[in-house]
Structures are given as structure tokens and as C-alpha cells.
Ligand binder design. Sequence first.
Ligand code: GRF
Length: 212
Amino acid sequence: MNKIKIAILASGRGSNFEAIAKAVKDGTCHAQIMVLITNKPDAGAIKIAQNYKIPVEIVERKSFANRDGLDLKIKSILDQNKVELVVLAGYMLLIKNKSLLEKYENRIINIHPSLLPAFPGESAQKDAFEYGAKISGLTIHFVNETLDGGAIIYQEAVDISECENEYDVAREIITREHSAYAKVIDMFARGKFTTEGRRVKYVENNKEGKHE
Ligand code: GRF
């Protein structure tokens, strides 16, 4: 079965990245991680990439005159690596450049720790806890120019009713993120997600397992 060429974009500790790298190594996720791209030279994700012998590209915001410059550099790294799917895993900057978003339309995905459209933004677990939500979860969605606003590919509900603080919420959700993200990436290798407006549908590849 064909492996899908992916790039990971991460700004932080990289636990989702590590779970994906492990699933790729175990053969449960049919992907090839071409490159880790990070905007933070001290991101924990870099060490993980080194452990798994994955090339790293550091693209710091301050090295570019504006955000377009940064996004265009990212685009050139993706192009060079013939990346088929861009996986945001705790990448903390919005992708704004039109040519990057257009070229990789429906090929950039993000994972968010809530059931969108509830609790978008950086403090989703805290917001869910403070709101008193009993059920939260995770969302994997396509990336467009709006924050956590692209079409929804996959969601899982997580019971947070017993959580005593936002950290409990984060812990409950993150372990589910790890298995969900690798599973959805594997689905991209096995078939195709098509969008009609905001509705996303999945079609398995033919028996030959061709990636179209
Ligand atoms: C995860 O909670 C993810 O949902 C959000 O950022 C966090 C990244 O965590 N987008 P990690 O760096 O993968 O550990």
C-alpha cells in the first residue's frame, strides 16, 4: 500500500507528532514523514524528530519581514519535499498566505482539543472546564484562513464530567488525540476525503490501494 508523504508543523512539545511518528514506525499509519517544520528553535518536537531521524526545518518568524515571507518559505519546503498532506500538530501560528492555502487546499489538517465549533482558540480545555461542559472532545479539521474554522473531518467526544481542573481535561483529551490523529492520517493514505461546502465525505481507494 502506498504511503502518503506528510509534513508535520509543530511549535511545542510535540506529543501528537511523537504518536504519529510511532504509528508510522509500527506500520499502523501508512505515511512517510518527510520533514518537521517548526517556528520555535527550542520546541520539544525537534528532539523527537532527531530520535526518529526526521529532517527538521526551523523557520522563525523574526527571520522574515512579514508573515507572507514565513508562509512562502513553508510552502517552498512543502513543495521541495513533494508533500501530499500537511499535518499541524500544535503549530501556534495561523497560516495566512493565499498561495499556500490555495495550493494545499484540503490537504492541510489540524487537531483541536474540543468539539468545534465549541471552544475554539488556544485555551480550549480551560474554556470547556470553566464553562462546566460535561462532554468535550477533539476535532480534526481542514485548515482555512479562519482560526479553527475549516470543514470538520473527524470528531471524538470525551467525557470530562469527573475532571477537577483544566489539566485533567487536557490529559483526558490528549491521549485520545494521539490515536485519533494517526488513524485519520492513515485514512488519507487509504482513500480520499472530498468536501461539498462544509460537509466532508470519505471514499476508500479501489482494491489496488492506489492513492489518487
Ligand atoms: C494539542 O492539544 C492539540 O490539540 C493542539 O495543540 C496541542 C499540541 O500538543 N492543537 P502537542 O505539542 O502535540 O503535545
